[in-house]
Design a protein around this ligand. Structure first.
Ligand SMILES: [Zn+2]
Length: 124
């Protein structure tokens, strides 16, 4: 397992930004991701929390040696987004959003000022 620490992650994040690997969500609840490497090879990254420590696991050579790799860094960013989306979905209100009414002054075809009213982007 690799400990997720800002100090060790900075370089890996830089590499991930340069290489831009593709990250696929395999199981959002179990936090398992598939990251495509620089040569099109895919590695599996898993995240876990143990004793308050954020841990990651990658099945590439560096990851197996317990080193931080850019697969973990790339998947970590997707993991943060995915987990916050899961929380939002769980706590999302059931009621639909209220329609958005927008009034604005526009010029009519004859140059006269008119008040246009939009509801959710539709002129009414
Ligand atoms: Zn890796």
């Amino acid at each position: 397992m690799i400990k997720l620490e800002p100090a060790t992650m900075t370089k890996a994040i830089e590499r991930a930004k340069a290489i831009r690997p593709r990250v696929r969500v395999i199981d959002a609840d179990a936090r398992i991701y598939s990251v495509t490497g620089s040569r099109g090879d895919a590695y599996t990254v898993r995240f876990a929390v143990a004793n308050g420590l954020k841990l990651a696991e990658c099945d590439c050579r560096a990851g197996k040696a317990g080193m931080m790799c850019f697969h973990v860094a790339a998947a970590a960013q997707v993991n943060v987004m995915t987990q916050s989306m899961l929380r939002q979905t769980a706590s999302a209100p059931v009621a639909p959003l209220a329609p958005r009414i927008v009034r604005r002054i526009e010029r009519g075809h004859n140059g006269a000022k008119i008040v246009a009213v939009y509801c959710d982007g539709w002129a009414i």
